[in-house]
Ligand binder design. Structure first.
Ligand code: TYM
Length: 328
């Protein structure tokens, strides 16, 4: 059986973008693959975090994974900082990463631009991400469009290590959904929807109440020509809403265009809001039942235990390949 690994940062409540670009595919994939899903809290601290908020976000993300349909009988769900092998291999991969290639990462440039101080962790973030993936002999990494460059670097680092030391790493393939790989901000549809956006109206959080979802979608930026048509370049707002609608319902964009052919944006937006609420409401109900439960802790404990066994084996091989420690 092939192996899947993916991670999400607990840097705020997940958006509908995280759900449609990543989480939704995770749930579908767990029937056919051996899956590892991670809460990458060590990645989150590469930018400043409030410790209490971070703790809450970690737990909340775990509950959201499960409420969205991640089944602990099929998948391993765990917290990155509870499996020390991630930072151990991360360090080894940092040691073969070049500063130049790390500086070229667009996510680094986006997050570093305009900041007075930037942590070195933000620069070496992709080496840790490569470690996450390579520890589990991952074949496929399901992610949104924005992670492409990090995946390419992961493959390069795996190849470099295999070539320099010993052939121990599997080269992972990326898997991006056909629709929903890049959900845009509702207020500026030329920008990616992000959970760390300062403007609350720009994103729909997975825990937003139905009324709030409706309000945000109704105030989403569109255009003045009143035609519901998919056209990324000239109609980015409507195109984004069509993408959200289609990803939530599974209905094709063409069929949605037809459905709203002679109708105004008001009716269209109501349709989008209903589609989003229909997807999120059952998840929110399950979330409420899970968030304070002992079951959640038990699942995370089991996940840590299972992930640690596999990850430690890879670290031992990588240490041996690099010549670290003593002969055992
Ligand atoms: P993060 O936490 O930013 O996002 C989690 C997942 O959601 C996807 N995503 C989106 N998809 C569609 N539209 C959007 N607007 C949108 N915003 C985010 C992301 O592509 C991602 O799949 N570096 C990763 C976390 C990570 C990781 C890993 C991922 C750490 N280690 C190993 C895969 C494998 C990140 O920042 O994701």
């Amino acid at each position: 059986m092939k192996t899947i690994f993916s991670g999400i940062q607990p840097s705020g409540t997940l958006t509908i973008g995280n759900y449609l670009g990543a989480m939704q595919q995770f749930v579908q994939l767990q029937d056919d693959y051996q899956c590892y899903f991670c809460i990458v809290d060590e990645h989150a601290v590469t930018v400043p975090q409030d410790r209490l908020k971070l703790r809450n976000n970690i737990r909340s993300l775990a509950a959201l994974y499960l409420a969205s349909g991640i089944d602990p009988k099929k998948s391993t769900l765990f917290i990155q900082s509870e499996v020390p092998a991630h930072t151990q291999l991360g360090w080894m991969l940092q040691s073969i990463s070049y500063i130049g290639e790390l500086e070229r990462m667009t996510q680094f440039k986006d997050k570093a631009t305009g900041k007075e101080t930037v942590s070195s962790g933000l620069l070496t973030y992709p080496s840790l991400m490569a470690a996450d993936i390579l520890l589990y002999k991952t074949d496929i990494v399901p992610v949104g469009d924005d992670q492409k460059q990090h995946l390419e670097l992961t493959r390069n680092l795996a190849q470099r290590f295999n070539h320099k030391f010993n052939d121990i790493f599997t080269l992972p393939e990326i898997r991006i959904p056909k629709v929903g790989a890049r959900i845009m901000s509702l207020q500026d549809p030329t920008k990616k929807m992000s959970k760390s956006d300062e403007h609350e109206k720009g994103f729909i959080s997975m825990l937003d109440e139905p009324k709030k979802i409706e309000k945000k979608i109704k105030s989403a930026v569109t255009d003045s020509d009143g035609i519901v048509e998919f056209d990324k370049e000239n109609k980015p707002g409507v195109t984004n809403l069509l993408t959200i609608y289609s990803s939530c319902t599974g209905e094709s964009v063409e069929s949605l265009e037809l459905k709203y052919k002679d109708k105004g944006y008001g009716e269209f937006k109501q349709g989008v809001a209903n589609a989003v609420i229909d997807v999120l409401k059952p998840i929110q109900d399950k979330y409420d039942a899970l968030i304070d439960s002992q079951e959640l802790d038990d699942i995370l404990d089991q996940g840590t235990e299972k992930a640690t066994i596999t990850a430690n084996k890879t670290v031992a091989k990588a240490k041996k390949a690099m010549g670290l420690g003593r002969v055992i």
